[in-house]
Design a protein around this ligand. Structure first.
Ligand code: SF4
Length: 96
C-alpha cells in the first residue's frame, strides 16, 4: 500500500459522518417478539448500536440504521419485521 493510499484511509466513523439520514416517521425495523432472538449478537454486531436493553426488554432505535441487514440475518421475520425505509428515506450514503 502506498503512502498516499494509506493517508486516504478513513475510519468508519469518519465515513459515516459524511452520510445524511432522512428519517422516515414509519419505522422500517420492529422487534415483534424478542423470545429466542440472539440478543447479545444483535447488540454487539449492529454497527450503529441500534439495539440496547432496558431491563429485560430489547429496544430498537431505527433512526440511525445504515440498512446493513445484519439484524435481518440474525433473526427471522416472525421475530423482527425488517424492510427498507420508504423510497428516498433512510440513510443517504455520500461516497466523496
Ligand atoms: S440493518 Fe444493520 S444498522 Fe440497521 S439495525 Fe440492523 S444491524 Fe443495525
Amino acid at each position: 500500500m502506498s503512502q498516499q493510499s494509506r493517508l486516504k484511509q478513513l475510519k468508519l466513523e469518519e465515513l459515516l459522518q459524511r452520510d445524511v439520514w432522512d428519517v422516515d416517521e414509519d419505522r422500517h425495523i420492529e422487534v415483534l417478539n424478542q423470545e429466542g432472538l440472539p440478543i447479545k449478537a444483535l447488540i454487539i454486531l449492529c454497527p450503529m448500536g441500534c439495539y440496547s436493553m432496558a431491563g429485560d426488554k430489547l429496544l430498537m432505535s431505527y433512526e440511525g440504521c445504515v440498512e446493513c441487514g445484519t439484524c435481518r440475518v440474525l433473526s427471522s421475520p416472525d421475530k423482527i419485521r425488517w424492510s427498507y425505509p420508504r423510497s428516498g428515506r433512510g440513510i443517504q450514503y455520500r461516497y466523496t
